[in-house]
Design a protein around this ligand. Structure first.
Ligand code: IPE
Ligand code: IPE
Ligand code: MG
Length: 274
């Protein structure tokens, strides 16, 4: 049971937003492109890395709130395969902050029954980062609540290529010469095998692009873009995203009832009727 008192203080803006949420129609998987840390710092005449540092508080609040909302999965995009292009100091600081976060937050993840799982080309990260990731993953492996995926050294195209290579290896091992795969088989070999696709994709800082995130999985995700910069993104902004999500009409290429039956009939005769 969701404990509403843990989501908002009485009389707060948060409470008024929580009241608008329909708990019967929650997104099960929310994916977030955490963007705008650099701009947040720039607005304050601070170095970019201060934006990353400030962004940790948002990560903490959003992960904890997702657990309290009893979402199934939250996936946060923390470092893309393209982000290696950034200055060496910025990359090193991001990795240092990640290690610090994992060390400090492990107890909270355990308290909230959260299972932690990194996705991406993890073996391309520094050994000291890999160690912390493995430790957090192993410690939380038996937790049964929220699945918290963090995308690191992640690229959507890289994931698709890695998946194709994985499948080719598998087929070689099986000495299969005559084969055809389907979407289900392909999806079962992605980094996110066994994880349902995101229902809601949030991007902060107003940028209207996907930046190589979960390209396969977001095929039918609803997209919520907010101008709020990641270090300012708090639970009220997550509630707003969910309220926005619930206002959408998800059709998956079909049409709304009751007309849909008529169309199916018309289509099965190969004719389009109006
Ligand atoms: C997002 O913030 C964090 C990462 C990509 C690691 P940015 O660092 O991209 O911030 P902006 O887009 O420059 O404001
Ligand atoms: C996307 O943000 C990657 C992450 C949030 C980790 P970027 O700031 O790297 O994306 P672009 O450069 O604006 O597309
Ligand atoms: Mg950015």
């Amino acid at each position: 049971m969701i404990d509403l008192s843990k989501l908002a203080e009485p009389g707060s803006i948060e409470e008024s937003l929580v009241e608008k949420i329909d708990f019967q129609r929650m997104p099960r998987h929310v994916a977030v492109i955490m963007d705008g840390n650099g701009r947040w710092a720039k607005q304050r005449s601070l170095p970019r890395v201060e934006g990353h540092r400030a962004g940790i508080a948002s990560v903490r609040e959003i992960v904890e709130t997702s657990a309290r909302l009893e979402l199934g999965v939250i996936t946060l995009y923390a470092f893309s395969v393209e982000n290696w292009k950034r200055p060496r100091y910025e990359v090193a600081t991001l990795m240092m902050l990640l290690k610090e976060y994992l060390r400090k937050e492990l107890a909270t993840l355990m308290d909230n029954n959260i299972r932690f799982s990194p996705i991406g080309r993890i073996d391309g990260l520094d050994e000291s980062v890999q160690r912390e990731l493995r430790y957090a993953q192993e410690k939380t492996a038996a937790n049964t609540g929220l699945l918290f995926q963090i995308a690191l050294n992640y690229g959507g195209r890289a994931e698709i290529v890695d998946t194709v290579n994985r499948i080719m290896t598998l087929l070689r091992e099986r000495e299969a010469s005559d084969f055809a795969i389907d979407e289900e088989f392909f999806a079962a070999h992605l980094y996110t095998a066994n994880v349902e696709d995101p229902d809601l994709l949030v991007r902060t800082s107003g940028e209207l692009r996907v930046s190589n995130f979960l390209l396969w999985q977001i095929a039918y995700a609803e997209i919520h873009v907010t101008k709020v910069l990641w270090p300012d993104f708090r639970r009220k902004n997550l509630f707003e995203a969910i309220v926005d999500f619930q206002s959408r009409d998800r059709r998956y290429g079909g049409v709304d009832e009751p007309d849909s039956r008529m169309w199916v009939e018309a289509d099965s005769h190969g004719r389009r009727q109006s």
